[in-house]
Design a protein around this ligand. Sequence first.
Ligand code: AMP
Length: 304
Amino acid sequence: MARPLAPGPPSVQVFETPEGVRRWSRAVRRQGRRLAFVPTMGCLHRGHVSLLRAAADVGAVAASVFVNPAQFGPGPDWKKYPRRLTTDIETCAALGVEAVYAPRENVVYAANHSTWVVEDDLARPLEGACRPGHFRGVLTVVLKLLHLFEPDVVFFGQKDAQQALLIRRMIRDLDLPVKLRILPTVREPDGLALSSRNTSLDPGQRRRATALWKALAACQSLLAAGEKEASRVRQSGLEILQAAKGVQLDYLEVVHLETLERVERVDGPVLVAGAIRIGSTRLIDNVVYPSGALVNPESKAKPS
Ligand code: AMP
């Protein structure tokens, strides 16, 4: 799946502790090179690869592979999350990624860790309402990683649009000296958004999982046709999800792209975000209207 980004023999340094990462990233800077960073939870797929490839345009590329326990709720979800570190390192090496940080949990979180990054606005709806504490865990680990790598540019996917918007808010609110790039969602030919969690679906569940994309695509078509009533847009997606067998709906919402508040009328950019459960696997996806409104926001002078 990996074509080298740069000529030369692939080699990647793998770090398990912050000290090694800091030494490496400072050495990159001393060489006068720019650094791009791609945080992941591993089990890398073509979505991650698109971020790693884009990152290569910046300069040296680093990635992290860490299944962050702080962003999972209680229950088996964290343990169950797929892990394939050896393959991930091979993928990174083949892509020309120069450093991978793959720490153990106790390296990232001391036993009495008690300092958290809490965002109080965008973190409330959608995923925040379904997964209490999720974004506190995400922002905390991302801030720790940004302090460690001190990258020039950090890359996130539109697939997790609310997460990307929260990172954008954190960067602005905490004056972090890093640029954010958000890249489009990479999909399977039938529309299913690539996700490490897809590996947990059995063949029947995998077929049913396309319902989420079909619902979002229906919403997108109505929006493109000029529908301004958010309830009609939402209803078109809900009908598809409610008709799908073995699919439990967590939410499907039409929200303002900047504030994530529900809208009644579509008179500016909106995010249509959905989450479903199929068996014990939870899937999220979204579309943005107009479709390019979230990607590459680094070109905007003042992010909200
Ligand atoms: P994860 O490993 O799921 O935490 O994802 C790491 C990064 O990859 C996040 O910024 C995600 O938004 C992004 N990502 C995950 N899936 C996709 C996808 N299908 N297309 C593009 N980016 C993705």
